[in-house]
Design a protein around this ligand. Structure first.
Ligand code: ADP
Ligand code: MG
Length: 363
């Protein structure tokens, strides 16, 4: 479900993205003189149909209305395709999607769209890269948490958490090896009838990246995609500067920001405890599950990843969130072009050097 809280938070982020986007310093070869750049009116489109969230496409480059219509229509088309392929609740005619694969778990291998195969191969790679902390085969473990959250949303007074023995049993059906990918035959099989795919940690970012790459291949510059808070910048603003975005303070109201970052040609993705959660006996249970405890990860209140590939940023925002700081930091440091901001439950912030370079100001 797409909560209004979530939409509200995004609107603030966007307002900031638009309002503060004016004052840049970096210059590129293609930059327009500031006076000319300032005359360009940004254009935007919003879509509500994808990934249970709100998607925005912005053009800051001054494309004609026709060209912006064409480009945003193609972005919408790409998001729509991935939305359908990744849907675990509905099937669509003529398509094998994740819902079909989950229903067929334990059965025969099924032929899939090559785009789904590419995605699952990448998802498996990322699972390995993160030592299983971001695992798209966690479906069996995520489901009881998801059901408790939904039940709590409709009846907060009766809210409860899953039984520990159910979590332990569920975890036995989450090995990434249960996902059998045959690249040559282009088929997928889930080897255990009780196992299932859940790509909530990666799907949105991956689809964002596919849309961004299409825009890049079409020669677009000066575009920003914001797909449910998953931000991907294509190029720079016309004057060669970056856009300003803000990382929410996880502990306070949506008007309050922990840090402002100037970003260009990069993705910015945050995972936080404040987005989707429910409360039982005064304890908050959020939606990112640590495979090592089987409970919501407790190391940070929010974690932001900046890197070019939005799929990688999305996967890492979840994986690094589930790791103690030393391990999380070591993995971040081992990856080229990946910058991270960790915000701890007591409000302390730590970040990689690249984040300091992007920091516009601290709160
Ligand atoms: P959001 O989608 O809210 O931006 P994330 O990218 O962190 O946040 O993804 C959270 C979603 O990913 C959860 O709702 C759940 O579907 C799934 N998920 C939660 N924990 C994990 C995990 N450890 N590995 C893989 N998927 C997870
Ligand atoms: Mg993620």
């Amino acid at each position: 479900m797409c909560s209004f809280r979530r939409i509200g938070a995004l609107c603030v982020l966007l307002a900031l993205l638009s309002a503060l986007a004016g004052c840049g310093t970096q210059q590129t070869d293609t930059a327009l003189p500031e006076e000319e750049a300032q005359k360009i009116e940004p254009k935007g489109k919003v879509y509500y149909a994808y990934f249970d969230t709100v998607s925005y496409v912005y053009d800051y480059a001054g494309d004609s209305a026709e060209r912006f219509d064409e480009r945003s229509a193609e972005v919408s088309h790409i998001l729509s395709d991935y939305h359908q392929l990744f849907d675990i609740y509905h099937e669509y005619s003529g398509m094998v999607n994740l819902c079909t694969l989950n229903k067929n778990a334990g059965g025969e291998a099924m032929t899939v769209d090559p785009r789904l195969m590419d995605f699952l191969l990448y998802a498996r790679e990322l699972c390995e890269l993160t030592g299983g902390e971001m695992n798209v085969m966690l479906g069996a473990l995520l489901r009881p948490w998801h059901e408790c959250r939904e039940a709590a949303e409709s009846d907060p007074s009766g809210a409860s958490i899953p039984a520990e023995e159910d979590l332990i049993e569920a975890f036995r059906h989450t090995d990434i090896a249960l996902l059998e990918l045959d690249e040559d035959a282009n088929t997928v099989r889930i080897a255990d009838p009780l196992a299932s795919l859940d790509v909530g940690a990666l799907g949105k970012g991956y689809a964002t990246e596919m849309a961004a790459r299409w825009l890049e291949s079409d020669g677009a510059q000066g575009y920003v995609l914001n797909i449910g808070g998953n931000i991907r910048c294509i190029g720079t603003r016309p004057d060669g500067s970056g856009w300003v975005t803000a990382v929410r303070n996880p502990d306070r109201s949506a008007e309050d920001f922990a840090r402002r970052l100037r970003i260009a040609d990069i993705s910015c993705v945050t995972s936080g405890v404040y987005e989707r959660y429910f409360t039982v006996n005064g304890v908050r249970y959020h939606h990112i599950i640590d495979k090592d405890t089987l409970y919501p990860a407790a190391y940070y209140d929010s974690l932001t990843v900046l890197c070019r590939d939005s799929g990688l940023a999305d996967a890492l925002s979840t994986a690094l969130f589930c790791m103690p700081y030393e391990d999380s930091r070591a993995l971040a440091d081992s990856l080229e072009g990946v910058e991270v901001l960790w915000i701890f439950p007591d409000g302390e912030q730590r970040c990689t050097d690249g984040v300091w370079q992007m920091t516009e100001n601290e709160a």
